[in-house]
Design a binder for this molecule. Sequence first.
Ligand code: ACO
Length: 338
Amino acid sequence: MQTEQAREVPVVAGLGSWLPPRVVRNEELAQRLDTSDEWIRTRTGIAERRIAGDGIATIRMAIEAGSRALRSASAQTVDALVLATSTPDQLCPASAPQVATGLGFNGIPAFDVNAVCSGFLYGLASGGGLISSGMAQRVLVIGADTFSTLINPDDRTTMPIFGDGAGAVVLRAGRPDELGALGPIDLHSDGDQAGLLFVPAGGAQQRVDGVPMEAGDYFLAMKGAETFYLAYSRMAESARTVLDRAGWTVADVDRFVGHQANARILYTVAKQLGVPEEKVAVNVDRVGNTVAASIPLALADSARDGTLRTGDRVLLSAFGAGLTWGAAVLRWPDLRVC
Ligand code: ACO
């Protein structure tokens, strides 16, 4: 017989977000790259993004967002911390322990999860799993990336797309029928397609080979058009799977909060699923693609502007380098975003 303890599931209890102060508008990029505000807006939906600097990198942003999520949940402590990031402050060690210490939780289990733009969903699954297994009662899951550090400032095909930022949720143990309870999460990967988006230099492979690389190989290389097709088709596929597992129809979805890589991808996924455009959360215009921070930032902005309301049935979906992708559902809890 299952005990009460074994039936506990992760429930979203707090949400916080943080952006570095420096705003970079399309017009600023167009002054030094062969691009235009019009091209960037039409092809991506992005108007501006935030760029870290002046000593602000992933750990600092994660601490800022994490402390806001803790305040939102009125939580003094957590039992574990999961940091979704592909841009840790150092290649080694992981950044999560320093984030935990920075938040005053020295000693708790803390680890990084690297699933690039799907990182937050992978982080939710990892943090949620600690709760479902009974290992933790409360977990802080943060998505934070300083992806601008992996972008060649002279590359007009990648420079306009990415921005920096952080978002975080507190998960607590609760019941499956509560608002905020995480529903099914569907996750996938395809290593065969790793070459579509990757940073060639700086990793173990290059060090083992000892072959000198060009300076540009330390930046992201991306096959944008091929990625575009895979992004919307995999996101739609995974969304259908998770809706099915949850026993929801597309009509049940009140808010579609997808990874903010490109507004065109979001609307294509919505169209494929049959979700009306007005239910699609879009903040990519203000923040760009913030990688693992993207979904919590979109949730925070939607909750702040009132388009995400208590009790709403929310569909989350993401796609990123790896490749990795996935989807999840939950009913939005009653909380104050910080
Ligand atoms: N300004 C002006 N022209 C540009 C720019 C720019 N900033 N960037 C590219 N172009 C040009 C290209 O050179 C090309 O010119 P050509 O036809 O003369 O060769 C033309 O515009 C079209 O290029 P495409 O790459 O086909 O443009 P597309 O409409 O596909 O948009 C974009 C590019 C925005 C990158 C799009 O493909 C995209 O969003 N892809 C998906 C990205 C994504 O989802 N990534 C996953 C997550 S990221 C992660 O995990 C790290």
